[in-house]
Design a protein around this ligand. Structure first.
Ligand code: PRP
Ligand code: URA
Length: 209
């Protein structure tokens, strides 16, 4: 069964409270989502292996450590996942970015794919799928399935807010994928929105409502 990591760092929690606030406008919302994504990237990469290296300082040789040749890919689920990319790239600048376009059919709540463009060496990369919202879990589970069809084996999922239903769905369909979230909320409402959540992440990021 995949692990669920709830990232309780005070900076993440404080900024998430501001993100949730209905009075936070698009500009601040975008900046906060980017900042929280950066802070979460710090935790999601905690298990990256290190190797000993020698670095020549102005004084002498330091035996020190660097991340050992890890190739990372970020896969935002369009469109709201885009809001988290730049924050993560600030900490993992060498990561390649693939895009999976999915939207939820408002009637069925099932994900519909409309775009997929991944790095050519995607199967050699450790991937972090990113999306602010894990609601029914349908979008994340479908995106992870696309990646597995392309022989990607090491995948993590990172979201700001999850509903228990979404976590359960991803754990059942992809028990090998660890999940990193800033909060697990109460439930979904009749329209498949997370309660209390933050509303529609894509609309708030891009000002489309
Ligand atoms: C939102 C969100 C997730 C999905 C979560 O995207 O960004 O991708 O819903 O819901 P689920 O867990 O029930 O699948 P949406 O479909 O609204 O598209 P958008 O990002 O283009 O706004
Ligand atoms: N998508 C969103 O943007 N918000 C939710 O609460 C659920 C799905």
């Amino acid at each position: 069964m995949s692990a669920v990591h709830v990232l309780e760092h005070p900076l993440i929690q404080h900024k998430l409270a501001l993100i949730r606030d209905e009075n936070t406008g698009s500009k601040d919302f975008r900046e906060l989502v980017e900042e929280v994504a950066m802070l979460m990237a710090y935790e999601v990469t905690r298990d990256f292996p290190l190797q000993e290296v020698e670095v020549k300082t102005p004084v002498s040789i330091a035996k020190t450590k660097m991340i050992s040749g890890r190739k990372v890919g970020l896969v935002p689920i369009l469109r709201a996942g885009l809001g988290m990319v730049d924050g993560m790239l600030r900490l993992i600048p060498a990561a390649k970015v693939g895009h999976v376009g999915l939207y939820r059919d408002p009637e069925t709540l099932k994900p519909v794919e409309y775009y997929c463009k991944l790095p050519s060496d995607v199967s050699e990369r450790d991937l972090i799928v990113i999306d602010p919202m894990l609601a029914t879990g349908g979008s994340a589970a479908a995106a992870i399935s696309f990646l597995k069809e392309r022989r990607v084996r090491n995948i993590k999922l990172m979201c700001l807010i999850a509903a228990p239903e979404g976590i359960k769905a991803v754990q059942e369909s992809h028990p090998d994928v660890d999940i990193f979230v800033a909060a697990v909320d109460e439930c979904l409402n009749d329209h498949g929105y997370i309660v209390p959540g933050l509303g529609d992440a894509g609309d708030r990021l891009f000002g489309t409502k």
